[in-house]
Design a protein around this ligand. Structure first.
Ligand SMILES: Cc1cc2nc3c(=O)[nH]c(=O)nc-3n(C[C@H](O)[C@H](O)[C@H](O)COP(=O)(O)OP(=O)(O)OC[C@H]3O[C@@H](n4cnc5c(N)ncnc54)[C@H](O)[C@@H]3O)c2cc1C
Length: 467
């Protein structure tokens, strides 16, 4: 096994013997070594500037772009590296661990946008958005809505209409990574002729057509991420800029946005956890207590902290990589072109929920424990641990939040997948009957009259449905 290097020296954190390298092929290991080199040379130093100055990590993204990483998963025939889900996980983890977590999260959103376009590639979309990735073009996903918070699959403040042979698109997003800095935005809105909130469509909007307010972004961590609000103000776009058919939004979410986002972001959380273990190793093996003649690392308490953190984090990494590998198998190593209505990654979506929950939960715990292991020194900014800690705390609250995910999984296990009712369409008879039971005769009559009035009003509005 080759030695992990940091410039001309041996890496000061955990060596390759603690990385689950059986998931990677030789080319992927070379790509990782290249990324570590870029992190050592420049990206890690830029992370500090991004954090201090709320600076979008453009230079870091350009740097990885120069080496083809912005088109990592794009087929070679379109100028990409032709890599798979496992490679993507490795790249996100590596950038977050050795370099810059904000860059890693911008990268996750970028690859999410690229792959959402590549789910339904057309010659026009490929020429305009995919081939130029080699020249450093950056995309992002804009899904969250101010009205529905972390329920990003429910875009109330949005809409699209057919107009002049193309579309008129409007969208308000409360959060969009790289807002104001990306070259293109993949957005989800309700469909033209919309028939309900499961009727969603996906569009690509050019950077010049969006309104953003980067000055509003200021956060605890991932400060370079620039996840500010964004508006697409009823913009005319050509027909070619719809991604997939009208109404493809829910399928696109399940087959592309969620799988790529959940694998990428879980890998970022794992990378951050590892980054803090690396720092704790460096610090605790160097710091001495002269009175007892021990290094901090010599105390069994500290060894226990590190041992548990490594095992938990490696469990999470193996979980993420194994789901990535399952998606590689289902897509013939990320080469399968799926027609609308065909699914491959989506079959593993309930596994992708689990990896995000585990990785975000683990990193929140590990960063605290590594801070405890390093003591007060870790609390100071110069050790960088505190930046990793702040960045890590985004994991739990980013949508789908961990509260939502554990409920998805528990509810699906106990009541079946249909019970998840993403778009609030299923009538909960049990709850209604239970509440009605509490009413007296007058209140029941009042409710019944109210319901009859509502039904008549609805029927008057939609006479065709009356029969
Ligand atoms: C650093 C960062 C970057 C981001 N980047 C992007 C991006 O690029 N694109 C994008 O589209 N979005 C992005 N987001 C937004 C993210 O996906 C969520 O939409 C956002 O974090 C939700 O915040 P909120 O305050 O609206 O939470 P709320 O939805 O109001 O949640 C508040 C609390 O309620 C809980 N809760 C919500 N629903 C339920 C439920 N059904 N059951 C139980 N509990 C529930 C939540 O878990 C949470 O504890 C980003 C967020 C962060 C922090």
């Amino acid at each position: 096994m080759s030695e992990k290097m940091w410039g001309s020296e041996q890496f000061w954190g955990l060596g390759y013997e603690w990385d689950p390298d059986w998931f990677l092929n030789d080319r992927q290991k070379e790509l990782r070594a290249l990324l570590i080199e870029l992190c050592e040379k420049e990206m890690r130093a830029n992370a500090k500037r991004s954090d201090d100055e709320l600076l979008f990590p453009r230079r870091n993204l350009e740097l990885i772009g120069e080496h083809g990483f912005l088109a990592l998963t794009v087929p070679e025939e379109y100028g990409g590296l032709g890599e798979n889900h496992v490679a993507y996980s490795m790249v996100c983890e590596t950038i977050a661990r050795y370099g810059c977590a904000s860059t890693a999260m911008c990268y996750v959103m970028h690859i999410g946008a690229v792959n959402t376009i590549m789910l339904r590639p057309t010659p026009e979309l490929v020429d305009k958005y995919i081939r130029p990735l080699g020249s450093g073009k950056i995309g992002t996903l804009s899904y969250s809505d101010p009205e529905t918070g972390s329920h990003f699959w429910y875009p109330i403040s949005s809409g699209a209409e057919r107009s002049n042979g193309g579309f008129k698109v409007r969208k308000k997003a409360s959060w969009t990574t790289s807002a104001g800095f990306a070259d293109f935005y993949v957005v989800q809105t309700t469909s033209p002729d919309f028939s309900g909130y499961d009727d969603l469509s996906v569009f690509v909007i050019d950077g010049d057509d969006v309104e953003s307010q980067p000055s509003l972004w200021d956060a605890l961590g991932l400060r370079g991420n620039q996840s500010g609000p964004l508006e697409v103000p009823n913009v005319d776009i050509p027909d070619e800029q719809i991604v997939g058919p009208v109404g493809d939004g829910a399928a696109s979410n399940d087959e592309s946005v969620d799988p790529w986002f959940l694998i990428g972001s879980s890998s970022v959380w794992n990378g951050i956890a590892l980054g803090t273990i690396d720092i704790a190793k460096r610090h605790t093996t160097r710091k001495r207590h002269v009175d007892v003649g021990m290094r901090v690392a010599d105390y069994p308490t500290i060894q226990d902290y590190v041992g548990e953190a490594v095992m938990d984090t490696n469990a999470s990494r193996c979980f993420v990589l194994s789901v990535a590998e399952a998606m590689d198998r289902a897509t013939d190593n990320n080469t399968k072109v799926l027609a609308p209505g065909e699914f491959a990654r989506a079959d593993y979506l309930h596994w992708a929920w689990q990896i995000k929950f585990i990785a975000a939960k683990n990193v929140a715990h590990v960063v605290d424990k590594m801070l405890h292991a390093c003591g007060g020194s870790g609390y100071k900014r110069d050790m960088e641990l505190e930046r990793y800690l702040r960045d890590a705390k985004a994991g739990w609250v980013m949508g789908p939040t961990n509260e939502v995910l554990r409920q998805f999984v528990g509810k699906a296990v106990l009541l079946g997948f249909d019970s998840l009712d993403y778009w609030n369409q299923t009538y909960n008879r049990r709850a209604v009957e239970n509440e009605v039971k509490k009413l007296d005769a007058n209140a029941k009559r009042e409710l019944a009259e109210q319901l009859v009035a509502q039904a008549e009003e609805e029927e008057a509005k939609a006479p065709a449905q009356k029969a």
